[in-house]
Design a binder for this molecule. Structure first.
Ligand code: URA
Length: 236
């Protein structure tokens, strides 16, 4: 169940504020009855009309989650560990788009829209994913160049990427490295560093295409707007 004004705005017919005005002005009907009361909750079964026009409620849901550590990126876990889906209050059968490791933090999208999920994970679509990695030791310039140009991993060269030293922390003898990759191979960032003898101590995904973690704390999430979903569909 969701608030009527939220459902109206999610259908793209009006902003949340405009939807509230429409409700106040008696322009909204739920199951044939005018509703002027603010904040009533409706479900996808309810028939909503705005200015006499019926809405087609989308049953598709899209969430952006700031994944904490020690949460698994799947819909269920046979070892009973907490999953990314457990962190989202919904009865919809959503699942994550792609994966982050158990100990990786940061941005992950969840949806029940298989078409978008296939679109974004298709290997021919070079979706940028940006990470901040903390690695042991000093990250050498020549290694940044090698990793950016591509190295052989499991017999296949990695696509051009960006590996760039952000800062070196003398106290802990560790480097913070910005990484932008467009592939999504298993443990790709860790394995690329490992191939050049660097141990990843922390990994955080800070950006997925044009989406980042602005306004969210670890464990928090928000729904994507229709505009954002359209933008994701238009990525090639
Ligand atoms: N690369 C990794 O090694 N781990 C992740 O979680 C994501 C990318």
């Amino acid at each position: 169940m969701e608030r009527l004004q939220k459902v109206i705005s999610e259908c793209g017919v009006a902003s949340r504020r405009k939807a509230e005005e429409l409700i106040k002005d008696g322009k909204v009907k739920v199951n044939g009855k005018v509703v002027r009361e603010m904040g009533i909750k409706v479900s996808s079964e309810d028939y909503i009309e705005v200015n006499g026009k019926g809405l087609t409620q989308s049953t598709k849901k899209y969430y952006l989650l700031y994944k904490p550590r020690e949460v698994i990126s799947s819909a269920s876990d046979d070892k009973g560990r907490k999953t990314v889906v457990d962190l989202i209050k919904t009865n919809d059968r959503i699942y994550p788009i792609g994966r982050l490791d158990y100990d990786t933090t940061g941005i992950i999208l969840l949806t029940n829209d298989g078409e978008l999920s296939n679109h974004l994970t298709h290997p021919s679509h070079n979706i940028e994913k940006e990470y901040l990695a903390k690695v042991k030791g000093f990250f050498k310039k020549e290694d940044a160049i090698s990793l950016s140009n591509g190295i052989i991993l499991e017999g296949k060269k990695t696509k051009p990427a960006l590996f760039k030293m952000d800062r070196y922390d003398k106290k802990t003898d560790s480097s913070y490295v910005k990484v932008v990759i467009t592939e999504g191979r298993n443990h790709q960032v860790k394995n690329m560093f490992k191939a050049l003898n660097y141990d990843v101590q922390k990994l955080k995904r800070e950006r997925y295409a044009f989406l980042d973690l602005s306004g969210l704390k670890s464990g928090e999430y928000r729904q994507l707007s229709i505009k954002e979903v359209k933008q994701l569909y238009s990525l090639k």
